[in-house]
Every structure is written in structure tokens, then in C-alpha cells.
Design a protein around this ligand. Structure first.
Ligand SMILES: Nc1ncnc2c1ncn2[C@@H]1O[C@H](COP(=O)(O)OP(=O)(O)OP(=O)(O)O)[C@@H](O)[C@H]1O
Length: 345
């Protein structure tokens, strides 16, 4: 099988925010929102990123586009390092990378009509004539399933789902290759959510798009993703093909997250795993594995040594000492024996 082509490579990315007015051992306190993250995104896929509120998902997305500056690490888009580029160079690459937000108009002028909002990014570029621009805007609004008449209206005249369609049209106006969608359907009713997700899937196929899809909602991520990465306190604790993550979660945190969502297949009942306590603060993360304070399977090593991501054969990676190379087999075997016993009882 030929190797899949990478569109984005993230290497040891860190985004730390100083906490104003705090000093710890003479240094300013830091929120480690993204703390040494590495992964690849392949052309044409959707990589879903899930995790609880505050795990660093949005900061990760914003840092990749350099809307937030990285503290350290590499961001390589189509072979080009973005992390140190000056503004002008960065703009050249950034037109291929767009972001879709939960509230697409929160930061935009509410007095602008939809036509202006969708066309603004292309107008700034000054490549198309006015007539070409109009044609493009009309075609985009139809691609997202809205009538041309929508262009003359204001955003507040639309429902949440329609506004998100307009947000997507705006993102598409630059002919991007890669879109980071940050909780794009979280504010919508469930029935509208699936319409917008299906639209995104159709557009992905038509325009050959790659998505990084950020959400706290595991069901939404399951619907749209090819692979899934699970974040906890600024780190990726597990990443792999969707099928593996949802059917055979390895990390105790992924297992707990998944145990909380209802499943349709009643034969495959899952026991709900209750996690104790709230996630710790990213300004004062626990030593060792950041999850050890809430992990039902933690042992001594977890308190002192931070686990790195290790691969299994199907490309699933997990950062957990339960699966460290030497004792990997022993523990996996022990787990499957326990599973068998639970089934029999
Ligand atoms: N500009 C900032 N300055 C200081 N701290 C920040 C900033 N942005 C985010 N943080 C902190 O970084 C951590 C990660 O936040 P982030 O918004 O990335 O998480 P998230 O997983 O997207 O959660 P949510 O879904 O609630 O937005 C949080 O503790 C947050 O308070």
C-alpha cells in the first residue's frame, strides 16, 4: 500500500499562556494549554479531536493557524514550516487553511450583508473582478444549500444552522485545502447538527478538503471523522482510526469518555465508568501521567513518569503505562480475560 500523503505535520507543539500577576519559584505561572503534541493529518481525511472543556482543543486549532502563537514546536503545512514565518509569508499559506467557528459571526460586523461577509476574504485578495466575485459568491451560497436571495440579507435573519452554512461558505471562498472546524455544530439542535455535518462531508468530497474537526461531543466526532485524537490536559492521550478508538479504546480516559455516551447496539452494553473529580488545572498539572489522579487503573509508575504515545499494529497510539512495551502483552491478555469473565457472569 502506498503511503498516504501528509498535508500537516505537528511536532512537539506547545502553547503556554502566562498567568498574569503570579510567580512560582520566581517565574511567571503558566497555563500549559497545549503541552508537547505531535500528530500528522493526511490529505482528504477528517481528524476529529475530542476532550473535555479546557483540554486545549481550541488552543491547538488556533495555534496551528497561528491565530495564537506557539511557545515551541513545529507546524509543517504541505512541507512548509509555518511556526517562524513573518506575516506576509504566513498569509500566503494561510489562505489554504481556514477556520470554521461555533458562532461564525461573533467577530464580524453584524451590519454587513451575507454577500459582503462571504465575499470579504476574496475582496481583500483583489484577484477577481467584481463580476467574477459576484458569480463566485452566488455559487458558494448555493453549494451550502441556501438561495441566492440570502446574500442580500443580514446574518440575524437566519437560523443557527443557516448561519453556520454561511460561515462555511465564507471559509470556502478562499478555495482552502484544509479547514479547522472548532465546535461547528455544538450550538445547533441535534437534527440540524446532522444536516450541517452531512453538508461538510459532501463539500469535503466535492472540494477535496481535509478537516481537523474539534468537538467535545463524541457522537458528532464519530459521525464525521476518519481518525480520532483524544486530548486530556493539553496532551493527546490516544489517537487512531475511528473504528479502533470507538470499538477498542485503550486509554482509561477514552474508555471512560465512551462509557458515558449511549450506544444503539444493546448487545454490546458498556458499563459506565465514573471518573472521580474535575480535570486538574493546566496551570498545575499532576506529575507523571496527567490523568493518574482520576484513573481507575493508575499504579505507582503513573505518578512519576509521563507516558509517551506508543503504536499498536493497526496504527492506534496510546500514551499509557498499561501498554508500555515490555508488559504490553501481559496486560492486554489479562484485560481480555477479565472481559471474558464479565461476559460469562
Ligand atoms: N488566551 C488565553 N490566555 C490564558 N489562558 C487561556 C487562553 N486561551 C485558553 N486558555 C486556557 O487554556 C486552557 C485550554 O483552553 P481551550 O479553550 O483551548 O480548551 P478547550 O478544550 O477548547 O475547551 P472549551 O471547549 O471549553 O473551549 C484552559 O485552561 C483555558 O482557560
Amino acid at each position: 500500500m502506498s503511503e498516504r500523503e501528509k498535508i500537516l505535520e505537528i511536532k512537539h507543539l506547545k502553547t503556554y499562556f502566562p498567568i498574569k500577576g503570579t510567580l512560582f519559584k520566581g517565574k511567571a505561572g503558566l497555563v500549559k494549554a497545549v503541552d508537547d503534541i505531535s500528530f500528522d493529518v493526511f490529505k482528504g481525511e477528517t481528524l476529529g479531536i475530542v476532550g473535555e472543556s479546557g483540554s486545549g482543543k481550541s488552543t491547538l486549532g488556533r495555534t496551528i493557524l497561528r491565530l495564537t502563537e506557539p511557545t515551541d514546536g513545529e507546524i509543517i503545512f504541505e512541507g512548509n514550516h509555518l511556526e517562524h514565518l513573518g506575516n506576509r509569508q504566513l498569509q500566503k499559506h494561510r489562505q489554504h487553511m481556514q477556520m470554521v467557528f461555533q458562532d461564525p459571526f461573533a467577530s464580524l460586523n453584524p451590519r454587513m450583508r451575507v454577500g459582503q461577509l462571504v465575499g470579504e476574504p476574496i475582496a481583500v485578495q483583489k484577484i477577481l473582478s467584481k463580476a467574477e466575485r459576484t458569480r463566485k459568491i452566488e455559487s458558494l451560497i448555493e453549494k451550502v444549500g441556501l438561495p441566492k436571495e440570502a446574500l442580500a440579507k443580514f446574518p440575524h435573519e437566519f437560523s443557527g444552522g443557516q448561519r453556520q452554512r454561511i460561515g462555511i461558505a465564507r471559509a470556502l471562498s478562499m478555495n482552502p485545502k484544509f479547514i479547522i472546524a472548532d465546535e461547528p455544530v455544538s450550538a445547533l439542535d441535534v437534527s440540524v447538527q446532522s444536516q450541517v455535518l452531512n453538508l461538510m462531508l459532501d463539500l469535503q468530497e466535492e472540494f477535496n478538503l481535509t478537516y481537523l474537526f474539534i468537538s467535545h461531543d463524541l457522537s458528532v466526532v464519530k459521525h464525521i471523522s476518519d481518525r480520532v485524537g483524544v486530548m486530556y490536559l493539553g496532551r493527546i492521550v490516544e489517537i487512531g482510526p475511528k473504528h479502533d478508538i470507538y470499538n477498542n479504546p485503550l486509554h482509561p480516559y477514552t474508555q471512560a469518555l465512551l462509557s458515558a455516551i449511549p450506544i444503539v447496539n444493546f448487545e454490546k452494553k458498556r458499563e459506565k465508568i465514573q471518573l472521580s473529580g474535575e480535570p486538574p488545572s493546566p496551570s498545575d498539572p499532576p506529575t507523571g501521567c496527567a490523568f493518574h489522579t482520576r484513573c481507575p487503573k493508575a499504579f505507582d509508575r503513573c505518578k512519576v513518569e509521563r507516558p509517551e504515545l506508543i503504536h499498536n499494529e493497526s496504527g492506534q497510539q496510546v500514551a499509557c503505562h498499561l501498554y508500555s512495551q515490555e508488559d504490553n502483552k501481559k496486560i492486554l491478555n489479562a484485560e481480555s480475560k477479565i472481559l471474558q469473565l464479565t461476559k460469562q457472569s
